[in-house]
Design a protein around this ligand. Structure first.
Ligand code: GLA
Length: 720
């Protein structure tokens, strides 16, 4: 709900309130972000705010901006926090002081052309600020819904003058949290160990999470959790700050002694520079601010609901995902029809519905040194072309999926030989190579058009129901011959706009194909990609223990439905660890499920188990897609992992756990379920137990005694 009268503004969601006011000198002041308040409280907050706001007869008024809380920072004009934006004019001056000009409201959420955005929302408040020293105006967007604790924000910068202005920084938002000492949760990691939550106290100064990789990255996900004192998984206040952006980003938290905590973020300003000509606007990526008084678990559930309801394509978000078998870890590049057919035949017997052909089917791609960019089937490898493999799938009643890496090129490829300048490069500078490949210059429309044409042709000419869109290296050189010297700072953002453009066009042209993103090699897993792709290959690490940690961390700000999870062979190719087949299946069942091994080489026992896993997954798939997630045992803090999903009506639940490390005498370990109907009676099929929601949540369940990496999967049904 939005209350606005041009002087005071109150935004309310399910359980938060967000208040602002215009000071007597015409500045937009932040008053409150936290638990709910009422309209009547605005006067009281306004009075407190007025004590720190600049007064009109104060000779030193501008210096008050150092302590006044603002909604979009100033630069070189008394606000000494990190600037939210820097607008450099032709004469080199860039001081800014933004003053309130007007507001308007509109129903629903604004569409952001060319970028991922919330597809719907309750109501949007747009506040226009005008710089006192230039012709720049900034529109601050706030979309709030009564049924959500996610507030969507971004800023639109407009040059209303005639002369070009250089945006040297243009963050999406500033948000202020009240005085206090906070801890920060970040999702950090590296390849095959992504999005591992790390919580640490926020020290004085600026804490910055960012990436220059050109992708959301393995190392730092575009998410920042802010925890108030005492906040835990289940209790206490916390905030989530999450960018709807897939490129080079930055998020900062700035704390000055005894002061509030200032949060800001958006497109990374390192190396950034955007020439904004007279009459042009620059739209910054959206940010999701989430408030929770039910700990990190409550925050995650609010984010999951928001992403599922308002960000991910409604045509796919709740649709049962295909259960796939992917040939990558089964064959790597060493496949031909004879190696693939037994996998397909076996998959059909197990009830798997889609076969996904991974890297190596095109051009001269027999290893990772050649062929990328040549999206033409290699008939020496696949005799009879893709059609023979597709026919084999069809004969077995299965569908077919295909791997692409649309943004990349090998130097040893026909594409590179024809268009060497289409790869990101700078004449006279030897390019950095990574996995022997270069990145295509997606800032150039002709490059994106070409890839759309070639990938689109394969999709048009073949019966393909699923695409895995890979991205295996990060950007270097950051230079394009297509832009003049003074515009090179636009490169990184224009690159990701090119990716969004291709994703929009391909998903639009092939609405019946489900597209899966891939965070394996390149680490791109974020809310922006989820706008186009309902699921993302979560990590190249499918080890039964490591994956539990990765999925735990990923679930902090992404729903289970977004995580593509496969059962792979043991010893695991990444960790060399052996875990039970059943455990790998149980962990993978907490996402979009599949297999990634040579099914034809499995033992009879494994085949029987896989068949049961596929059947069991079909029963829980809907719950996993739509339910409320409760994280119950943190594998990073103890010797168990456990998560549960509870249906919205609380009539069903699915609980998956793993004993990750055994200790002597660790019997009498209890698990307390969450989110059940306290007065309901539940049957746990596997344990042959019937107990009330109260008992299961308050008295708990005795954890099974299992060897290391042993696991369980329990189905709960409400019987009364
Ligand atoms: C990345 C992906 C893998 C596989 C390979 C193919 O590493 O994460 O799943 O597709 O690329 O080269």
């Amino acid at each position: 709900m939005i209350l606005a009268d041009g002087k005071r503004f109150l935004l309310s969601g399910k359980s938060y309130g967000y208040a602002m006011a215009v000071t007597e000198t015409g500045f937009l002041q932040h008053l409150h972000y936290g638990g709910k308040i009422t309209e009547r409280d605005l006067d009281y907050l306004f009075a407190i705010g007025a004590t720190v706001a600049p007064h009109k007869d104060d000779f030193n008024a501008d210096m008050a901006f150092d302590s006044m809380l603002g909604e979009y920072g100033f630069y070189a004009r008394g606000d000494y926090k990190e600037p939210t934006a820097i607008f450099e004019r032709r004469d080199g001056a860039s001081m800014t002081r933004l003053r309130y000009r007007a507001y308007r409201t509109q129903k629903g959420a604004p569409a952001v052309a060319g970028m991922p955005h919330a597809r719907s929302g309750g109501e949007t408040l747009i506040i226009t600020l005008k710089d006192d020293f230039s012709e720049i105006e900034v529109d601050l967007y706030y979309t709030a819904s009564d049924d959500s604790d996610v507030l969507v924000r971004n800023a639109v910068v407009r040059n209303t003058g005639r002369e070009a202005v250089m945006l040297k920084k243009a963050f999406s938002f500033r948000a202020e949290l009240p005085n206090g000492s906070y801890r920060m949760m970040r999702l950090a990691g590296t390849w095959a160990q992504e999005r591992i939550p790390e919580i640490a106290p926020i020290a004085h100064g600026v804490t910055r999470l960012h990436t220059l990789r050109g992708a959301s990255s393995h190392n730092t996900n575009p998410f920042m959790g802010i925890l108030t004192e005492g906040c835990t998984e289940e209790r206490g206040e916390c905030y989530g700050v999450q960018l709807v952006y897939s490129g080079a980003f930055a998020l900062t938290a700035e704390w000055c002694k005894n002061g509030p905590l200032t949060l800001q973020g958006g497109i990374n300003d390192v190396g950034f520079g955007w020439q904004l000509n007279g009459g042009e606007t620059f739209v910054t990526p959206q940010t999701l601010l989430t408030y929770s008084y039910e700990g990190l678990g409550g925050m995650s559930r609010s984010i999951h609901d928001f992403l599922r309801e308002k960000m991910i394509d409604p045509a796919y978000v709740y649709r049962q995902r295909p259960i796939v078998v992917n040939n990558w870890e089964a064959t790597y590049f060493g496949f031909d029809n004879e190696k693939l057919f037994p996998i397909i035949d076996e998959a059909a017997k197990l009830g798997i519905d889609t076969f996904v052909l991974d890297d190596g089917w095109f051009g001269a791609r027999r290893n990772d040194r050649a062929g990328l960019g040549d999206w033409f089937v290699n008939e020496d490898v696949l005799k009879g072309g893709l059609k023979t493999v597709i026919d084999r799938c069809k004969k077995n009643g299965m569908k077919f999926g295909l791997w692409f890496e649309p943004e990349m090129v090998n130097e040893d490829s026909d594409l590179f030989r024809a268009h060497p300048d289409w790869a990101i490069c700078k004449e006279g500078v030897e390019p950095c190579r990574c996995r022997n490949q270069l990145v295509l210059d997606f800032t150039r429309k002709e490059v994106v058009d070409y890839v759309f044409g070639t990938v689109g042709k394969v999709l048009k000419e073949n019966d393909i129901s699923y695409v895995k869109w890979d991205m295996n290296r990060n950007i270097t050189e950051c230079f394009t011959a297509a832009l003049p010297a003074e515009r090179q700072g636009e490169f990184m953002h224009r690159y990701i706009l090119g990716v969004y453009d291709l994703a929009e066009r391909l998903t639009g042209a092939f609405p019946n194909v489900i597209f899966e993103g891939c965070a394996g090699g390149g680490g791109r897993f974020d809310a922006g990609m989820l706008y186009y792709f309902p699921q993302i290959w979560t990590s190249d690490d499918t080890d039964g223990y490591e994956r539990a940690k990765i999925q735990w961390g990923t679930s902090v700000c992404y729903p289970l439905s977004a995580m593509s999870c496969h059962v792979s062979v043991c010893p695991n190719h990444q960790t060399q660890r052996t875990t039970p087949f059943q455990t790998r299946g149980n962990i993978a069942s907490l996402g979009a499920f599949g297999y990634e091994l040579d099914l034809s080489k499995m033992t009879d026992e494994e085949k029987a188990l896989a068949k049961l896993q596929v059947e069991a997954y079909r029963r829980t798939a809907e719950l996993v897609l739509k339910g409320d997630l409760y994280r119950l045992k943190n594998p990073l803090e103890g010797d168990y992992f456990c998560m549960s999903v509870v249906s919205k009506d609380k009539s069903e639940a699915y609980v998956v756990g793993e004993r990750t490390h055994g200790n002597p005498c660790d019997y009498n370990q209890y698990l307390y379920l969450r989110g059940l109907d306290a007065d309901g009676l539940y049957e746990i099929e596997e344990l042959k137990i019937t107990a009330s929601g109260k008992a299961l949540m308050n008295a708990g369940l005795l954890l099974p005694r299992l060897p290391d990496f042993g696991s369980w999967a329990w189905h709960l049904k409400q019987v009364r």
